[in-house]
Design a protein around this ligand. Structure first.
Ligand SMILES: *[C@@H]1O[C@H](CO)[C@@H](O)[C@H](O)[C@H]1NC(C)=O
Ligand SMILES: *[C@@H]1O[C@H](CO)[C@@H](O)[C@H](O)[C@H]1NC(C)=O
Ligand SMILES: *[C@@H]1O[C@H](CO)[C@@H](O)[C@H](O)[C@H]1NC(C)=O
Length: 554
């Protein structure tokens, strides 16, 4: 049990840190080159979760499971600072739907049970008009300091998306461009006064036989101008073609808009975007080729001075989908390195009614079926370091350094104290590294470097840097294996790895570099990423210093 005065020390430091890093964002947001920034020019990273309100009922999911405020607090407690909140166009433009209350909408679908459930958990919402109920959700998110992106997900309410559902592209059965511009205008105006509505996604996953680049520019520019005229404070977020998998055409021609510093592009990337490739191929080769494809279809935009928002990604959180699991490590490495904004698919643990099924469970949802707890808390821990920015304006005065990130755990290579072994730990406590042209990984402000000691052995911090044990190449197609020139005892290549019985960093024989389809090398995947996060080391030493001080006074 800690001595009482130590508790005061920790309390003092906790309060001090809270004071030093206030969680305030000066809204509205705008863009500065590839970054989304607040009013003071400081980067704001969108770490969103999708929340669905575009299905037949047109009501935010889950309100029959838990009180609204409890859901908002869950979102925030999982570290998300933002919700991509979906809506169907007809909620605004189809009189017979927009005139409904929550109760009447469920009645029309024969979902009396849902009415009773909402009556029990959120009685104030039951007899509100649909748009009003949507607004109440946005307001509650604001009370909980959560930003909102309004996402026009579809026209006719229902599950999205197929190539032939009549909602895919301008001119499709339910996608009349004038109605769309009208609906966007109304939605922009309706939320003009809502400070936490920071962006509007103009249309989700354009697709289908009618899709073409000329119409994309024609209509997306019109939609963007309409939203900007309706609410100049929101970021304008444009989706690509082919289910939002493709923005490559923007490389040769940029949208022409009358306003600046508001444009963001969104891209989707799932495992199933590539069928079963992850499961069927060698993970390094699949990761290398798919990540390169994502760069040419959207990732390149950050090098062209545009923010990129990966507004949908996600996995089956039961953990049993091999395709999803292999994709996730590659995806997280990519996102850490590019440090893009993102929105996880998805929040809801279940739906009122989806694709003809009442109460369908959502295994990609971070909340459990009854919305009371996390479906998979290890997953939330794993993505948590990506919820804060690594780079961007205004983060700190620290000169940029490198961190060694381990996507399989979401942790980084750290040392607890001077003499401690290198191990995985929270990226907030990372060592600051330099990755030199000679391929050595040097601890910043020291002459110590990462040094391999052989097969199955702990890596060390060497004093003599430059020999074969201290030169680390990024090998394999994934470029995520860190391999020293030093070979294993039997001549095989060594790779940085994590000891199977803990979190100690070791080197082992490189696994499934190529050819082998049936093996996972994820535990040997690392990314050397740039960071200018404030280093927490100083705080730790302050704590140590204070504790020592108190101990000394005892
Ligand atoms: C409005 O929605 C109703 C109900 O889904 C539908 O039957 C009707 O065709 C829609 N009207 C228009 C103009 O899209
Ligand atoms: C649903 O409730 C309405 C109004 O109370 C009632 O008229 C209707 O019969 C109910 N439907 C079912 C399927 O129970
Ligand atoms: C070298 O040894 C390691 C572990 O002892 C083993 O996994 C690997 O297959 C060996 N490599 C060769 C080429 O024999």
């Amino acid at each position: 049990m800690p001595r009482p005065h130590l508790i005061f020390v920790f309390l003092f430091i906790f309060l001090f840190l809270q004071e030093a890093f206030p969680p305030t964002e000066a809204l509205p947001l705008s863009t500065s080159s590839r970054w989304i920034v607040d009013g003071s020019g400081r980067r704001v990273k969108l770490a969103c979760v999708n929340w669905v309100a575009h299905l037949e009922a047109m009501v935010a999911e889950g309100l029959g499971k838990q009180p609204l405020d409890a859901i908002s607090k869950k979102i925030s407690s999982m570290g998300f600072n933002c919700v991509r909140f979906t809506w169907p166009l007809f909620l605004l433009t189809n009189e017979s739907l927009s005139s409904l209350t929550v109760r009447r909408s469920f009645q029309a679908l024969g979902l009396n049970d849902s009415i009773a459930d909402i009556q029990a958990k959120n009685p104030a919402l039951v007899d509100l008009p649909l748009l009003q109920a949507y607004k109440v959700v946005v307001e509650n998110l604001e009370e909980n300091k959560i930003m909102v992106i309004l996402d026009n997900h579809i026209s006719r309410p229902g599950w999205c998306c197929s190539r032939t559902d009549g909602n895919g592209f301008f001119g499709d059965e339910f996608f009349e461009p004038e109605a769309w511009v009208d609906g966007l205008t109304q939605m922009a105006r309706a939320f003009k006064g809502a400070p936490n509505v920071v962006g509007m996604s103009l249309r989700n996953e354009l697709r289908g036989p009618r899709q073409n680049v000329n119409d994309w520019y024609n209509y997306m520019q019109r939609g963007a101008e309409a939203v900007h005229a309706g609410n100049p404070n929101v970021l304008i977020i444009l989706s690509g073609l082919s289910f939002d998998n493709d923005l490559s055409f923007v490389s040769s021609k940029q949208p022409h808009l009358t306003f600046s510093s508001k444009l963001v592009f969104e891209l989707h990337w799932y495992a199933f975007s590539n069928g079963n490739d992850w499961q069927n191929g060698n993970p390094n080769q699949v990761c290398g080729s798919i990540a390169a494809g994502v760069m040419t279809r959207g990732g390149f935009l950050v090098n062209r001075g545009f923010p990129l928002f990966i507004s949908e990604f996600g996995v089956d959180l039961r953990g049993s989908n091999v395709n999803d699991n292999r994709y996730l490590g590659c995806f997280l490495g990519f996102v850490a390195e590019l440090d893009v904004d993102w929105a996880l698919w998805t929040l809801q643990g279940s739906y009122y009614f989806r694709q003809g099924v009442k109460g369908m469970e959502e295994f990609y949802g971070v909340l459990s079926y009854d919305w009371s707890e996390q479906r998979n808390s290890a997953f939330i821990k794993r993505i948590s370091t990506l919820q804060s920015p690594f780079q961007g304006p205004g983060l700190s005065d620290a000169s940029p350094y490198k961190v060694i990130f381990h996507p399989a755990t979401g942790l980084c290579v750290v040392r607890r104290s001077l003499l401690d072994a290198l191990r995985l730990g929270p990226c907030g406590e990372t060592e600051a590294w330099d990755y030199t042209e000679q391929k050595t990984l040097v601890l910043k402000a020291t002459t110590l470097c990462l040094k391999a000691a052989g097969e199955g052995k702990k890596v060390e911090l060497g004093i003599i840097c430059g020999d074969s044990a201290t030169k680390w190449e990024l090998i394999s197609d994934s470029k995520m294996h860190l391999s020293p020139k030093l070979a294993g005892g039997n001549g095989s290549s060594l790779c940085l790895d994590v000891a199977s019985d803990g979190n100690i960093i070791v080197t082992n024989t490189c696994r499934c570099i190529n050819e082998d389809m049936g093996c996972d090398s994820e535990n040997q995947w690392f990314k050397i990423i740039s960071s200018s996060r404030p280093l927490v080391k100083n705080k730790q030493s302050v704590i140590e210093w204070l504790i020592n001080g108190f101990a000394w006074f005892d």
